[in-house]
Ligand binder design. Structure first.
Ligand code: NAI
Ligand code: A1CAB
Length: 271
């Protein structure tokens, strides 16, 4: 499987996270090509992961068996139309898209009746602790296995039986690293107000988040049980958690997650 050449078109944040995970998982770096419209990110990727890079999208797709579409959603139509015009036979290759909000049907409008896997990775893929939602259309079992293998170094793969679930994955894992970073940022601010220096505060907060997440993954207990284990009757945690509850934390989280889903649906209408 490692013989396939994979071309990433768009070499931004998310492409870098996936490339890092693939290389760290043993995928041969000389079978990975990244194409970008400007040089600096390509130079950094070549330096860090010894992959091939190019400013020429066409050359990248001509060399590739699998094409990962990794540009922002607003750039996607123009990119697809340029690719299919320059290389009509690319429609025979396997496509993987990581873009939010663009349904498979749009890619088929732009590229023809291609075999495509829609994926929704997240940035913790960079450290192999990501979660990727995957939805395949018209792909062979080998192609699905290849894509599973490709993302296996990123963390957990979750195959979906309906395309609509990609939007749910966006809310639960695609966008959610930002929720946790926001929460940690707010905690760091208070830690700094209390006199810890910025670096120390960041480490204390991140280490606690890592510890809590590791405990949750290792434990049979529910999140609610683990929370109860920290919360002594009449103690400090009770006061903090009651403050969150009284200020509507659960509703806020729910509203935020549905807002992400609604935005994905709205984006799908606009393409
Ligand atoms: N950042 C995230 O956490 C996640 C992002 N995504 C999706 O990943 C995609 C990329 O997002 P990011 O990596 O965050 O964006 P980014 O802006 O960091 O990267 C996009 C890259 O594509 C390049 N580019 C734009 N047009 C191009 C073209 N015609 N040819 C070649 N390169 C071109 C840009 O120069 C840039 O380097 C988006 O569609 C987004 O919806 C999906 C899951 C998570
Ligand atoms: O914010 C976005 O639209 C992308 C998709 C999931 C994470 N980032």
């Amino acid at each position: 499987m490692n013989d396939n050449t994979v071309a990433f078109i768009g070499a931004g944040n998310m492409a870098r996270c996936i490339i890092a995970a693939m290389v760290n998982n043993g995928y041969p770096s000389n079978n990975i090509i990244a194409a970008n419209r400007s040089q600096p990110k390509l130079t950094a990727l070549a330096d860090d992961y010894a992959i091939q890079t190019t400013l020429d999208n066409i050359s990248a797709v001509q060399q590739a068996d699998i094409i990962v579409l990794a540009v922002k959603p607003q750039m996607m139509q123009q990119l697809c139309e340029t690719l299919i015009t320059a290389v009509p036979e690319i429609a025979d290759k396997l496509f993987v898209t990581i873009a939010a909000g663009i349904p498979v049907s749009r890619y088929k409008d732009w590229l023809g009746n291609v075999r495509i896997v829609r994926s929704m990775p997240n940035t913790p893929s960079l450290v192999s602790l990501g979660v990727t939602g995957l939805y395949a259309t018209d792909c062979s079992n080998y192609e699905k296995s290849f894509v599973d293998h490709m993302f296996s170094g990123t963390g957990l793969n979750v195959w979906l039986d309906a395309e609509a679930k990609i939007d749910h994955v966006i809310a639960v894992t695609g966008s959610s690293p930002a929720y946790f970073f926001f929460f940690m940022q707010a905690m760091q601010q208070v830690a700094e107000e209390l006199g810890f220096d910025a670096a120390e505060a960041k480490k204390m907060v991140a280490q606690t988040a890592l510890g809590a997440a590791t405990m949750a993954l290792d434990s049979e207990h529910s999140f609610a049980d683990l929370r109860a284990q920290v919360t002594s009757k009449g103690g400090t945690t009770h006061e903090a958690v009651t403050t969150f509850a009284n200020q509507g934390l659960e509703k806020m989280v729910s509203d935020a997650m549905y807002a992400a889903i609604n935005r994905a649906k709205e984006m799908a209408q606009s393409f």
